[in-house]
Design a protein around this ligand. Structure first.
Ligand code: MN
Length: 474
């Protein structure tokens, strides 16, 4: 996976001085126990770091300022052990510019009826504190996540983990840079968009390059580099020569190897985590990048075809959120309309993401009807099964809109021996007719990002953080 910077989360526990030093020492000890257990659970993807107790406005304000300026801190988790008067939280919470999770839990799972007295109840009053603190977050329209339940339960820890992934992706969103090799495909509507607004709202930098800028890098790749990479292909894929001589097949594949090396070098030198290509804009290129793009997707780079920089950035964002597990660029292609089997064949002209492959990909060479170039190499495979989400972003002129459709992916039952591209299939929720209709009615694009690793809740959490309008189809 393409690296992102190291991240951690701060754990801030609310209380106040009213209860005395002894009580606060106990609060701190409980917070430490909880922090250690969460870190040792093996469920959280990032470390949780316990901070000083939040006992007055100055402490809280200073901690939130620190969170804002420290790049390694991706967000804040708060817990109200006792009652923490919420006016103390106003200044710091307003200043906080990173994701916030309110963990509504309590140190003791059950009420000890045999022994409970007023001291115990004063020390363990999370229910009381949660409501005071929650009121201020609601009034400040903080869009914070709330997770409710006992902190030792795996399902509660899982919710924290999923939110951490969203928060990490939110932080990374401001570092997403897209390199566009060529412009958008001529005449196409949905792949266009306001790049300035995307930078203001999501933090995405979108830069254009002439394809000649990339051709220079391709020409600089050495024979030795190409041969080394070709040897890697032999280990990873099944070579299928088809109607080609072994020599022609190999020379076609090696063109893609030179593209992989060149594009990766170009992106890494410029700090780009995502890119687009356009088959109409290939001056100086022998093939449309196919295998090369698929290999880079598998390494965590975001991508979309036909100059669609919005989907490329979204792909990178969701790859960070999902740790690049079963997440990639997709395109709606062909309907299956037979009763009871309704679905949409998902693919692209070459560039289907190998993180979605269920089997070992075949490496083939085949003609490409458009682009007027030599026959490009590409990986062919079937998509895996699983529950997931399909996401698409469109520019409506006055604002961006995100479409989220829940889907159940399934493995194809019959082979398609003449199809020279990878294929992915899913059942649309709530059903084919309503799902497709809602998608079209809301102006959802044909370019999407599919993830079998993320949930609607996670996508919505991100959308709220960036004030992005969303529609859920499920
Ligand atoms: Mn396309």
């Amino acid at each position: 996976m393409l690296k992102t910077a190291q991240k951690e989360f701060w754990f801030i526990v609310g209380s106040q001085h009213l209860y005395g030093k002894e009580a606060l020492a106990e609060v701190k000890a409980h917070a430490q126990t909880m922090t250690d257990a969460l870190n040792e659970s093996g469920i959280l993807p990032y470390p949780l770091v316990l901070q000083d107790l939040a006992v007055n406005a100055d402490t809280i304000t200073n901690m939130m300022k620190e969170v804002n300026y420290r790049d390694e801190v991706a967000g804040v988790i708060t817990w109200m052990h006792t009652f923490s008067p919420a006016k103390m939280w106003i200044r710091g919470t307003k200043l906080l510019q990173k994701p916030l999770l309110h963990l509504a839990t309590q140190f003791n799972e059950s009420i000890p009826w045999e022994t409970i007295d007023m001291d115990f109840m004063n020390l363990n009053q999370s229910a009381h504190g949660d409501r005071e603190y929650g009121f201020i977050n609601a009034r400040l329209n903080k869009q914070n996540k709330i997770v409710v339940g006992y902190w030792e339960r795996p399902e509660v820890q899982q919710q924290i983990a999923q939110w951490m992934d969203v928060a990490a992706a939110y932080n990374e969103s401001f570092n997403i840079k897209v390199a566009r090799f060529g412009d958008n495909m001529r005449n196409v509507g949905v792949t266009e968009g306001d790049k300035i607004e995307a930078q203001i709202q999501f933090g995405w930098t979108v830069d254009y390059f002439g394809i000649g800028d990339l051709v220079q890098y391709v020409n600089a790749v050495t024979e030795e580099e190409i041969n080394d990479l070709f040897a890697e292909y032999a280990d990873a894929y099944e070579f299928v020569y088809g109607d080609y001589s072994a020599e022609d097949w190999e020379s076609s594949v090696k063109v893609q190897a030179s593209y992989e090396i060149a594009i990766k070098r170009f992106l890494d030198e410029g700090g780009y985590g995502a890119f687009t290509t356009n088959f109409e804009d290939l001056y100086g290129m022998k093939q449309l990048p196919g295998l090369a793009v698929q290999r880079l997707m598998a390494q965590g780079y975001g991508f979309a075809g036909e100059g669609d920089w919005k989907t490329a950035a979204l792909d990178r964002l969701l790859k960070v959120m999902s740790h690049n597990q079963s997440t990639g660029f997709m395109e709606d292609y062909t309907y299956e309309l037979a009763p009871g089997r309704e679905s949409v064949l998902q693919s692209h002209m070459l560039e289907v993401d190998p993180t979605l492959a269920v089997n070992k990909p075949k490496l083939i060479v085949s003609p490409l009807g458009i682009g007027n170039r030599e026959d490009p190499a590409r990986l062919v495979f079937d998509g895996k099964q699983g529950e997931g989400v399909v996401v698409s972003m469109a520019d409506f002129g006055t604002h961006y809109k995100l479409l989220i459709n829940e889907v159940s992916a399934f493995e194809p039952e019959v082979p398609a021996p003449n199809l020279p591209v990878a294929r992915v299939l899913w059942n649309i929720k709530p059903n084919f007719q309503e799902g497709v209709k809602a998608w079209i009615e809301n102006g959802g694009g044909h370019h999407t990002v599919l993830s079998l690793n993320l949930t609607t809740d996670q996508i919505v959490s991100y959308a709220k953080l960036v004030n992005l309008e969303y529609v859920i189809i499920k």
